[in-house]
Design a protein around this ligand. Structure first.
Ligand code: NAD
Ligand code: MN
Length: 361
C-alpha cells in the first residue's frame, strides 16, 4: 500500500485551527477510501516558535521537509509580529527555495453557495487563476536607504526573467488545455509598466503559438477586476504576475462566497521539490481562537493535494463530501451566513465521507 509523507505546518491563528481540522478529515478519508495511507508529521513552526527562537522555522527546516510528498500549510501571521517577518520567515522561506513557481487557485461556486453577484450561478463562475509565484513584485529585491531620515527611500524592485515568465505562461497554457473551454486570459499592466509587463506580453505572443487549440485574450489588471464582477462567465483560466494574481484571487474568493473556502496549490511542477497546499486566507486575527473559522478552504486544499499525489478518487470523494455539506446548507460557518463552528463543519464533512450523514445522504 502506498504511504504518502505529509509535512503539516499549521502555523498561526486560524491557520492552525483549520489545518488540525484538515488532518482529521484526511485521516477519516484514508480509512474510508483504502488503497493508500497518509503519514502526517507536524512542525510547530510559526510565530510562537519565533518568540522562543527568534526564527519562524529552524535553519535546517527545509532539509527536514525536503523529502516529503507534500506540505500542508496553514498561515503565517501574528498580531504582535510584523507581517513581512512572518511571511518571509516561513511561507516565502519555503515557496521560493523549493521553486514552487506555479500557484494555482481555483474559484468556483460550490453547491448551495450563493455569489454576492446578483443572478450569478455555478455555471457562470468557474475560474482557474494561475499566479507566478517565484519572482515579480515579490522577488524580495530592493532596499531602504537613509532609514528614518527625512530623505529616506524605500524600493521594491519587480524582477521578471524571460525564463520565469515563459515557464509560468506555458504552465497556464497547458492547464487551460485540460479545461473544457480551453480559454486563457493574460493579465498584465503593460500600459503603465513599460518594461517587465511589456516583456510578459511579448513572450505570450510567441509562446501561445505552440498552443493553437487554446483560445487566448489579454486584459489590463484594472479592467480585469471589472470584468470579473460584471461578466464572470467570459472568464476561464487566467495567468498573471505574483502581485496581480494575489489581488485578483482574493476578489475571486469573495465572489465565490467567502475567503474562507478558497484553496491554493504552490507547485513545483517538475517535482524536484515538494509542493505546498494551503487555504488562501491568513491568520484572521478577528476570529482566531474562537473555533469559528471556516475549514473548507483547508479541506479543498487537501483535495488539490490528493490530486497532486495521484489519488484522484480520494480527491473526488472529499470534494463531493464538502459539497454535500454546503448544499444542505445547515452546517455553515458565519462567513457563509451560518452559525456552525469549525468542529461542526469538520464533523459534517467526516460524516459525509463515511456516507453516514444524519440527513440520510
Ligand atoms: P485574513 O485572510 O487573515 O482575513 C481577512 C478576513 O477574512 C477577516 O475578516 C477574516 O476573519 C476573514 N476570514 C479569513 N479566513 C477565514 C475563514 N477560514 N473563515 C472565516 N473567516 C475568514 O487576511 P488579513 O486580515 O489580511 O491577514 C491577517 C494575517 O494573516 C496577517 O498577518 C497576514 O500577513 C497573514 N496572512 C497570511 C497568509 C499566508 O500565510 N498564506 C495569507 C494571507 C494573510
Ligand atoms: Mn494573498
Amino acid at each position: 500500500m502506498k504511504t504518502y509523507a505529509i509535512a503539516a505546518i499549521p502555523g498561526d491563528g486560524i491557520g492552525s485551527e483549520v489545518i488540525d481540522a484538515g488532518i482529521e478529515v484526511l485521516d477519516v478519508l484514508q480509512r474510508h477510501q483504502g488503497g493508500f495511507s497518509i503519514s502526517v508529521e507536524r512542525f510547530d513552526w510559526g510565530s510562537d516558535y519565533y518568540r522562543k527562537t527568534g526564527r519562524m522555522m529552524p535553519e535546517d527546516g527545509r532539509d527536514q521537509i525536503k523529502h516529503v510528498d507534500a506540505i500542508y500549510f496553514g498561515s503565517a501571521g501574528d498580531p504582535d509580529i510584523a507581517d513581512h517577518i512572518t511571511l518571509w520567515g516561513l511561507r516565502l522561506n519555503i515557496c521560493q527555495p523549493f521553486d514552487q513557481y506555479a500557484n494555482v487557485r481555483p474559484a468556483r461556486l460550490l453547491a448551495g453557495i450563493e455569489s454576492p453577484l446578483k443572478g450569478v450561478t455555478a455555471a457562470d463562475l468557474d475560474w482557474l487563476i494561475v499566479r507566478e509565484n517565484s519572482e515579480g513584485e515579490y522577488s524580495g529585491s530592493g532596499g531602504r536607504v537613509h532609514q528614518n531620515l527625512p530623505e529616506e527611500v524605500g524600493m521594491d524592485v519587480a524582477v521578471f526573467t524571460r525564463a520565469g515568465v515563459e515557464r509560468i505562461q506555458r504552465f497556464a497554457l497547458d492547464l487551460a488545455r485540460t479545461r473544457p473551454r480551453k480559454l486563457l486570459t493574460l493579465v498584465t499592466k503593460s500600459n503603465a509598466q513599460r518594461h517587465g509587463m511589456v516583456m510578459w506580453d511579448e513572450i505570450f505572443e510567441r509562446v501561445k503559438g505552440d498552443y493553437p487549440d487554446v483560445t487566448t485574450d489579454k486584459m489590463l489588471v484594472d479592467a480585469m477586476t471589472t470584468r470579473m464582477v460584471l461578466d464572470p462567465k467570459s472568464i476561464d483560466t487566467v495567468v498573471a504576475t505574483n502581485l496581480h494574481a494575489d489581488v485578483l484571487s482574493d476578489l475571486a474568493a469573495a465572489l465565490t462566497g467567502s475567503l474562507g473556502i478558497a484553496p491554493t496549490a504552490n507547485l513545483n511542477p517538475e517535482r524536484r521539490f515538494p509542493s505546498m497546499f494551503e487555504p488562501i486566507h491568513g491568520s484572521a486575527f478577528d476570529i482566531m481562537g474562537q473555533g469559528i473559522a471556516n475549514p473548507i478552504g483547508a479541506f479543498w486544499s487537501a483535495v488539490m493535494m490528493l490530486e497532486h499525489l495521484g489519488e484522484p478518487a480520494a480527491a473526488q470523494t472529499l470534494m463531493a463530501a464538502i459539497e454535500r455539506v454546503t448544499e444542505l446548507g445547515d452546517v455553515l460557518t458565519r462567513d457563509l451566513g451560518g452559525r456552525a463552528t469549525t468542529r461542526d463543519v469538520t464533523k459534517a464533512v467526516c460524516d459525509a465521507i463515511r456516507g453516514t450523514n444524519s440527513n440520510g445522504l
